[in-house]
Design a protein around this ligand. Sequence first.
Ligand SMILES: Cc1ncc(C[n+]2csc(CCOP(=O)(O)OP(=O)(O)O)c2C)c(N)n1
Length: 535
Amino acid sequence: MASTADVIARRLYEAGCRHAFGIPGGEVLRLVKGLTENGIAFGLAKHENAAGFMAEGTYHASGAPGVLVATLGPGVANAVNVVANAYQDRVPLVFLTGCVDAGEALTFTHQIFDHRALLAPITKATFTAVDGSVDVVIDKAVAIARDDQPGPVLVDVPIDVANAEQPDTPSTRRVRPTRGVPPEGADLERARDWLREAARPLMIAGIEVLDHGAEAAVAGFAERHGVPLLTTYKAKGVLPEDHPLCLGAAGLSPKADALLLALIGSSDLIILAGYDPIEMRAGWRNPWPAGTRVIELCAVANTHYMHQAGVSFMGDVGAGLDALNDSVNKSARWPAGEPAATRTALQQAFAAEQDWGPGAIIEVTRRALPRDTVATVDTGAHRILLNQMWQCYAPRTLLQSTGLCTMGCALPLAMGYKLVAPERTVVAFTGDAGLEMVLGELATLRDLGLSLIVVVFVDECLTLIELKQRDAGYANVGVDFGASDFPAVARAFDMHGVWSDDRDSLEGALGEALERKGSTLIACRISARAYDGRF
Ligand SMILES: Cc1ncc(C[n+]2csc(CCOP(=O)(O)OP(=O)(O)O)c2C)c(N)n1
């Protein structure tokens, strides 16, 4: 016999999980004890939302599902945002919660609501742990969380089940299924013909390339067939962004869209490699002229209708590209050189300010930090500019919320990643409002003893929203806020904190941060109008 908590913890451990995050309440104490006694360290956060992002950070570093723990009622309610994020951003997250027993819930109301009903629309599945079948429940939860498309699964554990002993049965774990069959038949022949005949092919890669470990297949395909590649924000770095075939990333920048959508418009074959349009603006609805040849390789059936493709293969993205590889085109692609011209135009459009501004901050930081730095970025004006300017040289080296686009993710994502990969340089970029949303987690950073670099774009404004407000001709309301002494706040949490107002001071602060044991916060003061016309 083993306790419920032990069974859950052991199955998570077998799935590669080594960290869980959350805030305990009486109803999950038994679970927390089980996790820690079975090799899964429990990280105490200040808010369940941030704890969920720490869990996501561990996933990007380890490949194992993130584990979030919250107690009943307010704990679950606090986690709604990060669960929605895991759903929209395709993050495998096992969410463990406690609840009162079904019988008790009939006559007891304090802190009680239906956790499963609350989270149903933003989870892939929800379970209530069942006495005698706890192993099946947790195995299913892990499998569903990891299956295409990855996402969050709730396991609500009633107190009497948490305290029960479970039979020590052999695992019923399902073998992870092989993804689909490679493309074949008439559609494959058609796709090969299209590739052979294409003079101006273009590939768009998205998150499913990362989910399927198809990065090398994408890079190899682009090079072999001379196909330029653009990516979503999540797939940045699938091809090193200084590679001549790489056109950078698209997502939220109208300025980048104008250049990239024009190139798409002149292409005669679009290859969608694991491209999930949940990251894209409305301008990416059917972004190519009607009749354009489009080959789609996707993990799940295209039910979003953001676009349609002439040929759509559902299955493993890498295997799909390999099947197309047979096709040989002997003539030069893009004889008029449009992709190279677009690359140059993008570089000019997103050149850094000569002296100081958000672009200069991004440029100086990219140059000062190692090539394999892992960056996280929060939501706001700074993120849009950063995605266009910050070059990634490997996948999963810029973490962010691109489906839900929530604020308050950059700091905890960086913390989770650094915990699993202490040897990597990890920098979190955040707006001042985004940081103030999760300021308490600086205490968690202190308690976890991590060495991070936090770069804050300080403009005392919700700039992205202020831009929209001004564009709409509305009065300035609810977007400006007062000055905070961020370096002093950092020092209060045992971090090193400095102001930076120019390129030299930022470069110096980053150099010192790299040498320092412990975390550094660099508060970069910029004007509230610094993003005007920038993206
Ligand atoms: C949780 C959450 N609340 C509100 C928003 C809407 N929103 C998007 S960007 C933004 C402003 C962020 O301000 P700041 O962190 O200072 O970054 P900046 O835009 O100034 O770069 C807001 C309020 C959001 N995306 N997420």
